[in-house]
Design a protein around this ligand. Structure first.
Ligand code: GRF
Length: 203
């Protein structure tokens, strides 16, 4: 079972997925490719250190989003990727990828969706003053963080919480939840029907 991870930045989720794969806790999945739109991002160095193939591109070199996505799809097909895993990929996808990988394309978002979609969900939650937030893994559709939800984990926001302490808590939960969800896919446990997602848990 082969996954591609799309990331634009730090890559802590990429790292967690790679570590889970080497530890054998990703349901037998391996990372076949990193796709990154920022060749200078830290995630690229992580891939190099781990010996994971990277497809790097600069969107400015292309006429349109569709043009660079076509190239990505060719790469995904060539490597026979089963699941596309977005992990801090800071670009909206066009139908070129969304249609081709419908039901096989997931994202992780640092809030309990549908609350606080879009950028800086952690800041939005703190600013609003909610006492409960968390992490969501969901299928990707054409919208911004609107696809069917696969899994969520809640995190309490305690009094005196800072942006830093809350972000740390969120990232800690992400590093556990994302590999777990990917392992469900690799084991064929996730079903999507319309907007309804069912997970046939083994444990
Ligand atoms: C994560 O918080 C994820 O939820 C969001 O972007 C961030 C990526 O962090 N979509 P990293 O690059 O994996 O460290």
């Amino acid at each position: 079972y082969r996954i591609a991870v799309f990331a634009s930045g730090e890559g802590s989720n990429f790292q967690a997925l790679a570590e889970a794969a080497s530890a054998g806790s990703l349901g037998g999945a391996e990372i076949a490719l990193l796709v990154c739109d920022k060749p200078s991002a830290p995630v690229v160095q992580r891939a190099e250190q781990l010996g994971i193939t990277a497809h790097l591109f600069n969107p400015k070199d292309y006429e349109s989003r569709e043009a660079y996505e076509h190239e990505i799809v060719l790469r995904l097909e060539e490597l026979q990727v089963n699941l596309v895993v977005l992990a801090g990929y800071m670009r909206l996808l066009t139908p070129v990828i969304v249609h081709q990988y419908r039901g096989r394309l997931i994202n992780i978002h640092p809030s309990l969706l549908p609350a606080f979609p879009g950028k800086d969900a952690i800041g939005q939650a703190l600013e609003y003053g909610v006492k409960l937030s968390g992490v969501t893994v969901h299928f990707v559709d054409e919208g911004m963080d609107t696809g069917p939800i696969i899994a969520q984990k809640a995190i309490h926001i305690v009094s005196g919480e800072t942006a830093e302490s809350f972000a740390q808590a969120v990232h800690g939960v992400e590093r556990e939840l994302y590999p777990e969800v990917v392992s469900w896919f690799a084991q064929g446990l996730v079903q999507l029907e319309g907007r309804q997602v069912t997970v046939a848990r083994k444990s």
